[in-house]
Write a protein that binds this ligand. Structure first.
Ligand SMILES: *Cc1c(COP(=O)(O)O)cnc(C)c1O
Length: 481
């Protein structure tokens, strides 16, 4: 509806609480700046607007609408009470510039969350600032640099990682100025100890590892890996994105890792995808504590305070203290679950993945390269379908959309041909998992043309993925004169 400038004046007054004008009223705009014709926006009934937006929202797919087995992302159910509590005004209305005396409760939550994460991971201290896993990795690289520099050992310029590593690992190492050395996996899909020994030298700053790795395979030689990495003077970094597989079972600290990041938005219940907010706290062993970012939260005589007094700290990695609402949700989630609940979550996540894997490979349409026993996720190859029916992993992903299901991760890790990376998580029922298995088996037997031309039932058909990355159109130009 068209409003003249005069209509807006009383509204603005009202918004100001009836106080006298403290700014020039809209009506006093110079003639040259005034609109000469009505704004070209749709003129609709309220009911039409409501229906439009409701229908748009119904076209969304999220964990609250169905299974979301996007491997490596741990898209699990996030209890609504976590959201509810994060919304409470006592939390959402606090300001990061408030004096610490007025936010004792918030500080206590962050302090206690750090202690819980230490207990869960076997690390000695946590820093909560990083806003994502990748951000935590980058902080980990800065800590690695500070550690070696403090020992006058600054010629360590290389970071080693396996060919199964997540793309953020080499990116973080490179951003911190390291050169990246990639080692190939064995035909079991695990670290090749001989290749690792070969790559390690007095130039190695760090070895970055995910365990279980991105194939969902646990590195059973982890103690030996830690021993040879430390023997060379390097640090061992744990990418904790797969923590959902091992909670309460084993701890990266006990495996010999020096630095750990956790993706709170994956493992500890914050809805994610679409860019955040998230949290990627970093845990370290004692020798790295002096370098952690500032400020640190300390407890003195029952009060919590910010401590800036660390000469060797790398400084700040994020404004204020991190994404507090995500930290709060993780805190609530851990309290809700308890240690036993978290352990059970991991057990069921692993059980679900192995059940699904077993059913799918029995069919012979999909194959499972590398070691058979998996943790919370598994990576199938559709290479056989490519050979026999010219169907690719991407076609299967798109066809799943026609079944109303979210596809798994595709083409990752890179060492599996035509990869489908599936992580059902602990929060799906057997019925849902069976339905997903049936969909994958049925797609494998469908007319290849149907699969290659999928999706048919979605509001948007197949997009040009390369164009979408190179030429993203991120705004909708509604007003065209
Ligand atoms: C998700 C993920 C990351 C990166 O974490 P973000 O929170 O998305 O930055 C790193 N490594 C692995 C294995 C992951 O799955």
């Amino acid at each position: 509806m068209y409003h003249s400038a005069r209509y807006e004046e009383p509204l603005l007054n009202q918004l100001q609480g009836g106080r006298s004008h403290t700014f020039t009223p809209v009506a006093d705009l110079p003639e040259s700046l005034r609109r000469t014709k009505p704004l070209n926006i749709p003129n609709l009934e309220e009911s039409q607007v409501v229906r439009h937006f409701l229908h748009l929202s119904q076209q969304n797919y999220g964990i609250d609408t169905g299974i979301y087995p996007l491997g490596s992302c741990t898209m699990k159910y996030n209890p609504k009470i976590c959201e509810e509590i994060a919304k409470w005004e006592c939390f959402s209305h606090t300001h990061p510039c408030q004096n610490h005396d007025t936010v004792q409760g918030n500080l206590r939550i962050m302090y206690e969350l750090s202690e819980m994460l230490c207990e869960l991971t076997g690390m000695h201290e946590f820093a909560l600032q990083p806003a994502a896993g990748a951000h935590g990795e980058f902080l980990g690289m800065l800590l690695t640099q500070a550690y070696h520099a403090s020992r006058n050992d600054s010629n360590r310029t290389e970071v080693i990682l396996p060919d199964t590593s997540h793309g953020t690992n080499p990116a973080s190492a490179a951003m911190a100025g390291y050169s990246v050395v990639e080692i190939p996996s064995t035909n079991e899909g695990t670290i090749d100890l001989a290749a690792l020994e070969n790559a390690l030298s007095n130039k190695t700053a760090c070895f970055m590892l995910t365990n279980p790795n991105t194939l969902g395979i646990f590195e059973s030689e982890i103690s030996e890996i830690a021993r040879i990495v430390h023997r060379s003077g390097a640090l061992l970094y744990y990418d904790g994105a797969n923590m959902n597989a091992i909670m309460g079972k084993t701890r990266p600290g006990d495996m010999g890792f020096d630095i750990v990041h956790l993706n709170l938005h994956k493992t500890f219940s914050t809805p994610h995808g679409g860019g955040g907010p998230g949290a990627g706290p970093i845990g370290v062993k004692e020798k790295l504590i002096p370098f952690l970012p500032l400020p640190r939260i300390k407890k003195k005589q029952g009060r919590y305070l910010f401590d800036y007094d660390y000469l060797h700290s790398i400084g700040k990695i994020k404004d204020f203290y991190g994404n507090f609402s995500v930290l709060l949700k993780a805190y609530v989630y851990i309290l809700l679950m308890g240690k036993e609940g978290l352990t059970e979550a991991s057990e069921i996540a692993v059980l679900n993945a192995n059940y699904m894997k077993h059913k799918l490979i029995q069919s012979k349409h999909y194959t499972l390269p590398f070691r058979q026993l998996r943790k919370h996720e598994f990576v199938l190859s559709c290479d056989q379908l490519l050979q026999t029916k010219n169907i690719r992993a991407m076609d299967i992903a798109k066809r799943l959309l026609d079944y109303g299901l979210h596809p798994p991760t595709v083409y990752f890790p890179l060492i599996v041909k035509e990869a489908l990376m599936i992580e059902p998580t602990e929060s799906e029922t057997k019925k849902t998992i069976d339905m997903y298995i049936d969909a994958l088996l049925s797609i494998a037997q469908e007319d290849p043309e149907l699969v290659k031309n999928a999706p048919q039932n979605t509001p948007v058909k197949r997009i040009d993925e390369a164009q979408a990355i190179k030429n993203p159109v991120l705004t909708w130009n509604m007003i065209r004169d």
